[in-house]
Ligand binder design. Structure first.
Ligand code: PLP
Length: 379
């Protein structure tokens, strides 16, 4: 019998994706904002209790849309965790902003709010917390500091859909939030995203920027009798075929989350003794936080052991990955003055983190195989 290989990820497929995509194609409205886009918008608006949701081609695009909406200008500063995906920073750098990196907390791997205030200057135009792995940032403190300086907060919630902070959904706390529906995420349509708009005063401009800088959305609602170019904009709509794919998954969101929670918690419990004995750090969930169960990671003692663990898992038929490289030490990040030692926590975590396979379709056989492979690694 062929040996089971455990993939790091398999895109979530629940079954109705094909039907809804076919229905979208039959409807002859396959561009953006057709039947399934509207269903996704309404579903997320109602579920999360947020005034407006707009699907986008990716989270990167939703972040770009947020930067345009905040009218970020060359020379503006935006505070971004050093430990995140490049899209968080690119969206603002595209508008000419200077990224100001902030180090992360060693427990949640989220931006360290105790360092936030000293990084704020007169040029700070946005703060972009990332709920790493779908575990909430310390939002009360972040919102209180941002509020005192009147700085908008955009939550990069690529990982965090249906996670909670003090009983509030992640993505509904800042003035805006961005979601990812990339194939690695809990809910997917291959490539996709959404902008969640909490601040009602931003809604109309968001619709305009997303529709190539035109007031087309107002035209479709019958509010104007012709549509025209009214501001700078781009095309940030998700095809309705992909929205159909996504809607099939949103409909069964509880089932998807329950499965991921089960895998996450099984890893956590089963690895707990081994981790303690070997000086391995498991994820921390602060009080009053409900994760979105997006990522299960381990922090090994050092880079050699992290690489050793990945090779050992591979040799045992388990694919695992690491991320992110510290942004301030990247080729581009160094242009903004990044030097070794500037962000000690990110630099250490980046060397030590390994992500274990975690996907909707994972069965007990795969989970057992991962657990056995991890525990048999000799430190
Ligand atoms: C924190 C974070 N932000 C943004 C993105 C970009 O998402 P997308 O691939 O949907 O553009 C990712 C992708 O993994 C991410 O991890």
């Amino acid at each position: 019998m062929a040996e089971t290989i455990v993939d790091f990820n398999k895109p979530c497929i629940v079954g109705k994706e094909y039907d809804y995509m076919a229905d979208s194609i039959r409807s002859s409205h396959i561009s953006g904002d057709g039947k399934y886009s509207k269903l996704c918008h309404e579903f997320l608006e109602n579920k999360l209790g947020i005034p407006r949701v707009l699907t986008t081609p990716s989270c990167s695009h939703a972040l770009e849309l947020s930067a345009l909406l905040l009218n970020i200008q060359p020379g503006d500063e935006v505070i971004i965790p050093d430990f995140t995906f490049v899209s968080t920073v690119n969206a603002f750098v595209l508008r000419g902003a200077k990224p100001v990196f902030i180090d992360i907390r060693s427990d949640t791997l989220n931006l360290d709010e105790s360092q936030l205030e000293r990084l704020i200057t007169e040029k700070t135009k946005a703060i972009v917390p990332v709920h790493y792995a779908g575990i909430a940032c310390e939002m009360d403190t972040i919102m209180e500091i941002a509020g005192r300086y009147n700085i908008p907060v955009v939550e990069d919630n690529a990982h965090g859909l249906f996670g909670k902070y003090k009983n509030r959904w992640l993505g509904t706390i800042g003035c805006m939030a961005t979601q990812s529906f990339h194939e690695t995420k809990n809910f997917t349509c291959g490539e996709g995203g959404a902008l969640l708009i909490n601040d009602r005063s931003l809604i109309e401009n968001a619709e305009i920027i997303r529709e190539k800088g035109t007031n087309r959305s107002r035209f479709f609602r019958g509010q104007v009798d012709k549509y025209t170019w009214v501001s700078v904009g781009s095309s940030y709509l998700l095809s309705d075929i992909l929205a159909g794919f996504l809607y099939a998954q949103l409909e069964v969101w509880e089932e998807i989350q329950a499965k991921r929670k089960w895998i996450w918690q099984t890893y956590h419990q089963e690895l707990s003794d081994w981790a303690k004995k070997n000086g391995i750090v498991q994820p921390t969930i602060p009080e009053n936080v409900e994760p979105s169960w997006h990522i299960y990671y381990l922090l090994l003692p050092d880079l050699d052991h992290r690489q050793g663990m990945i090779s050992h898992l591979k040799a045992n038929g388990v694919n695992s990955v690491f991320h992110y490289l510290p942004l301030h030490l990247s080729e581009k990040g160094r242009e903004y003055g990044g030097r070794e030692g500037d962000m000690p926590v990110t630099e250490s975590v980046s060397d030590r983190l390994v992500r274990l396979p975690l996907y909707y379709d994972m069965g007990e056989i795969e989970m057992e195989k991962v657990l056995e492979a991890v525990i048999s690694y000799k430190l």
